[in-house]
Structure formats: C-alpha cells, structure tokens
Design a protein around this ligand. Structure first.
Ligand SMILES: Nc1nc2c(c(=O)[nH]1)N[C@@H](CN(C=O)c1ccc(C(=O)N[C@@H](CCC(=O)O)C(=O)O)cc1)CN2
Ligand SMILES: NCC(=O)N[C@@H]1O[C@H](COP(=O)([O-])[O-])[C@@H](O)[C@H]1O
Length: 218
C-alpha cells in the first residue's frame, strides 16, 4: 500500500500484504460486520486492524470485540474543543497505521487534522444517492421528497458533508408501502454489498482521483 500523492490526484492502496483498514462506528455496526466477515477470507486483501467510536456501549464495538479486533472510544466531550478531539481521533487511528479508514455509520464530522493525516484514504458510506439527501437523515429525507429510487454512496471524505469524490453507488427502489425503517433496511442490505465489494477493490487495486473522478488502479 502506498501513500496518496496529492489531494487532486490521489493514489491509495495496492500491494501484496493485506491492506490495513480502520473502521469508525457510532451504532449497530452492520456495515462493520460485513467487512469483518469479508476480511476473514485472505483473498479479500484487507484486514480490519482497529475499530473506533465516538460513544460507549454500542453494538459496533461489541462486534469488534467478538472478532478479536482492538477498539477505542474517543468522545468529543472528553476534549476542550472540537479541534482537540479531531487531533486525538487522528492520533488514535494513526497508531494502527491504516491504509484505508472507513467511516461506517460514524455520526461525527471529521475535521482538518483528521483529513490531513489520512488524505484521500478516508471513505464514508452514506444511505442516499449523493449529492441528494446529505446529512444524518438520508432515508427519511428521500421518503419525504417522494423519490422512486434511492440507494447508498461510498465516497472519499472531504471537508464538506457528503460532498466527496464518489467511489461507488448502489440503487434500491422506494416502495409505496415503505416507512423510514423499511426503506433504510433495504438500503442497508445493498449498502453492505457495495461497501464490501469496493473496500476490497480499494485494498487490492488502489484508487486514483483526478478532478473528482475516482477510478480503481494507481
Ligand atoms: N468531514 C466529513 N466528515 C464526515 C462525513 C463527511 O462527508 N465529511 N460524513 C459523515 C457521516 N454523516 C453523514 O453522512 C454525518 C454524520 C454526522 C453529522 C453531524 O452533523 N454530526 C454532529 C453530531 C451528531 C451526533 O453526535 O449524533 C456533529 O458532528 O457534531 C453530519 C453528517 C461522517 N463524517
Ligand atoms: N450520515 C451517516 C449515516 O446516516 N450513516 C448510516 O448509518 C447506518 C449505519 O448502520 P450500521 O451501524 O448498521 O452500519 C448506515 O446506513 C450508514 O450509511
């Protein structure tokens, strides 16, 4: 795995050793579980080396414990400012020398220190088709708007909210009978498949970003 060269033309990953993946979570951790399950196969090319969270007592951390993966919790409230939290979070993650950092249901915006440390190597999975419905309520917003299809987006995180270069998207139908829960569950099924497939490809092939366009390969 090599270090990205610049923010506008970024190469990440690709090598013979499994890529080291750090995952940050805030909740149930079903996306994390999908990565843990995939990584059990050496052919996948990636290994989850640490799971971090911004809160205690969540199923995502329990999933990591059961898989024997180290965990940490870094809460905003433990620090005197958001900037100090961001720096501490970057330090905790960096100690595990990740090649790729996956935000998988991580409900905090990461800031400049974090993004500089892992430039071009942080991806987030979002339960909507970016650039539509950014933020914390993507499935509810899609349902309220009345769209007939929605989905999930994997993107390289930047300083905005769900604005980064898009790695992959997956589409699901919105049914007339859906409520927010049923729609989000349908999205999450497709989201987990998209995440596993594309984090694996990032690990095995690397990515290059040119003028926002993401392609696999270095
Ligand atoms: N710099 C970025 N950080 C993150 C992104 C991103 O695109 N850029 N994506 C998020 C996930 N996200 C939605 O996709 C998201 C998460 C959280 C928030 C937010 O406003 N959070 C509040 C706290 C809410 C809480 O603690 O429950 C906050 O950060 O103070 C907006 C969007 C991952 N990070
Ligand atoms: N804005 C971020 C956001 O809405 N993230 C979403 O939270 C869910 C976490 O599920 P999980 O904890 O079961 O993986 C996922 O659908 C993820 O995209």
């Amino acid at each position: 795995m090599s270090t990205p060269s610049s923010s506008d033309d970024v190469a990440a990953a690709a090598g013979s050793a499994p890529a080291r993946v750090a995952v940050l979570v805030s909740g149930a951790g079903t996306n994390l579980q999908a990565l843990l399950d995939a990584a059990a196969d050496p052919a996948y090319g990636a290994s989850v080396v640490v799971v971090g969270a911004d809160r205690d007592d969540i199923e995502g951390l329990a999933r990591a414990d059961r898989a024997g993966v180290p965990t940490f919790v870094t809460k905003v409230g433990q620090f005197s400012s958001r900037e100090h939290w961001d720096l501490a979070l970057a330090d905790r993650v960096a100690a595990f020398e990740p090649d790729v950092v996956v935000l998988a249901g991580f409900m905090k915006l990461v800031g400049p220190a974090f993004l500089e440390r892992f430039e071009g190597r942080v991806v987030n999975t979002h339960p909507a088709l970016c650039p539509s419905f950014p933020g914390t309520t993507g499935p509810a917003d899609a349902l309220a708007y009345g769209v007939k299809v929605t989905g999930a987006t994997l993107f390289v995180v930047d300083a905005g909210v769900d604005t980064g270069p898009i790695v992959a998207q997956t589409v699901v139908p919105v049914e007339d009978t859906d409520d927010v829960e049923s729609l989000h569950e349908r999205i999450k099924g497709a989201e987990r498949r998209m995440l596993v497939e594309n984090v694996g490809r990032m690990a095995r092939e690397g990515i290059t970003i040119t003028n926002r366009k993401v392609r696999f390969g270095l």
